[in-house]
Design a protein around this ligand. Structure first.
Ligand SMILES: [Zn+2]
Length: 436
């Protein structure tokens, strides 16, 4: 009201009013959304320009770090050595870094506003078991090794961004955490990202995940998934003398055949995978145990629930079939259970979020076009809790993820690095030079 009264409709007063309002908006900016949301405007800043220009002459450094990191084995729950190497590299760049109690490495670039945090993260772990040959073979710009792209390229980009901002003496508005997180793959069940979101929840404004190669997509929709283990157990015995007793492997096979005949809809897209099966101790023993690990994914939580029930019913039916056909039921019966190994909640970024606007502006700056994707990534955790998050590739190209033939080609990776940097700075904001 008082402001209205002060602004009587004379031209002069109206002008003063506009100026005052502009000053108000300006002084309020650091505690709200950062002012510089446009990649094109950001890149007018001489320090942002210096950071962007850091990548091209330093590409071989980035490639070398990627090879070095990839050659440190990091199976699930065994990421410590790789985390230590990333911590050292962040520290060398001038970022104070520490390892949290979950095993995540965190490098901190303090912003003007320390009460608001933006996270940029790349997962450290791989799907490959201990003992896998992770030596990197290089041929020009092409590198081949398990984990070289997923997520050697993401970790290398994380390190490159940290170097570039330090080189350019960039100070963000919001504090930026450079995070190498553990437990993204498989049974890690996103434990690293869960810990980050738990710790910084109230301050966390946005999460940018770097996962794999490319610049062709932006994951804004979190694909919900569940991982389940079926376990069937029985007395076990001798293959000859106990023939006819209920056999857990037989029951598991019977149940599995039923389950893989379950119909799943094309829309909402729903998938299942029998990923691991084990049991038994020798060829001439009736096993006492059989296990099956199943991954189910869907665009719909309802379909996930339906498929999880179907798995339980099929395993129960497999056990029943085996008991019914056992010649000698006096030698004990089978027990079964289906238990969750993990679940990834779904979620979706709002189409008008500042984070998506920052990504689009960055795309425009590097002349890139990217499509929106739904996928299961570290971004699931913040998205499921209403925190803005995306997952993007780290540039270059790659293929054969999760296979021993995995490859990465660094040609053109600068575009991916610039895109990631401008997206990050678009949501963190850049401080005025004087507040350095
Ligand atoms: Zn990955």
């Amino acid at each position: 009201m008082s402001r209205q009264r002060a602004c009587k409709p004379t031209v002069k007063r109206a002008f003063v009013c506009v100026i005052l309002l502009a000053m108000l908006v300006r002084s309020a900016a650091p505690s709200h959304a950062p002012r510089q949301a446009q990649g094109s405007r950001l890149s007018d800043d001489v320090r942002v320009r210096a950071a962007l220009d850091w990548f091209t002459p330093n590409i071989s450094w980035v490639n070398d770090q990627q090879a070095r990191i990839t050659e440190i084995p990091a199976p699930a729950f065994q990421e410590a050595q790789r985390a230590a190497a990333v911590k050292e590299l962040l520290a060398e760049s001038g970022l104070p870094a520490h390892i949290d109690k979950t095993g995540n490495v965190i490098g901190e670039l303090r912003g003007v506003n320390e009460k608001e945090i933006v996270v940029i993260a790349a997962h450290l772990d791989t799907v490959f078991p201990p003992g896998t040959d992770v030596n990197v073979h290089r041929d020009g710009s092409r590198m081949t090794a398990p984990g070289i792209s997923d997520n050697g390229s993401g970790v290398a980009a994380l390190l490159a961004l940290a170097r570039a901002v330090q080189f350019a003496h960039l100070k963000p508005q919001r504090t930026v955490l450079f995070v190498g997180d553990v437990g993204e793959e498989g049974e890690g069940n996103l434990r690293g990202m869960r810990a980050i979101v738990d710790t910084y929840r109230t301050k966390l404004k946005a999460v940018v995940v770097l996962d794999g190669s490319g610049t062709d997509h932006v994951t804004t929709k979190a694909l919900a998934s569940r991982r389940l283990e079926a376990l069937i157990s029985g007395p076990g015995g001798h293959s000859w003398s106990d023939f006819g007793m209920p056999n857990p492997i037989n029951a598991l096979v019977r149940g599995s055949v039923r389950f893989i005949n379950t119909k799943v809809p094309a829309s909402p897209r729903t998938t299942f995978n029998l990923g691991q099966i084990e049991g038994g101790t020798s060829v001439n023993s009736v096993p006492y145990e059989a296990r099956l690990k199943v991954d189910i994914r869907s665009e719909s939580e309802d379909e996930l629930t339906r498929l999880e029930s179907a798995l339980r019913e099929c395993i129960a039916a497999g056990v029943r079939d085996e008991m019914d056909s056992a010649r000698d039921r006096s030698k004990g019966k089978l027990e079964w259970k289906v238990e969750p190994l993990g679940s990834r909640p779904g979620g979706e970024l709002a189409s008008d979020s500042p984070l998506l606007a920052a990504l689009r502006a960055a795309d425009e700056f590097v002349g890139n076009q990217s499509r929106i994707e739904r996928s299961s990534t570290d971004a699931n955790i913040p998205l499921s809790q209403g925190i803005d998050a995306i997952s993007i590739g780290a540039g270059g190209s790659g293929g054969g993820a999760h296979s021993l033939q995995e490859w990465y080609d660094s040609a053109g990776r600068e575009a991916g690095l610039k895109r990631a940097l401008l997206t990050l700075l678009g949501v963190s904001g850049v401080a005025e030079e004087k507040s350095r």
